[in-house]
Design a protein around this ligand. Sequence first.
Ligand SMILES: [Zn+2]
Length: 143
Amino acid sequence: MTLAEFRALASKATPGEWWRRISQSGICAYLYADGHLLADLHSYTEGPGPDRAQRDANAAWIAAASPTAILALIERLERAEAFIAKPAKHRFWRPGEADCPRDIKAPNGELHTLRCKVCGEDDPRDQICRATYFDAPAGEGEG
Ligand SMILES: [Zn+2]
């Protein structure tokens, strides 16, 4: 299944909070979506089958994989792929910039350290500035 197909399915499914409740007997799991009963998962089987703990784990998994969660994961994946395809580079302070930190200025006005304006790293080993990804709004990008 492609991400576009996942997105299309998730966009049509009931949004909002999904959760599950296990019956007292442990045979059924009730799945709710946005305050309404979505599914009654009868797990009772004759013969071998999942035990109560496994049924609970399966229902928890279904509830966690809500359309909202899947759409957020797709967005996060696409954002990460875009960053990998075109990583942001450090943006260094330059001599003469009015708000340049004093501690990286030499007496002659030149800069004795390469400091990134975005991540604050001094003399970074590579050109990629990960702060543009990890410090993005809405908690996107963190692992
Ligand atoms: Zn940087």
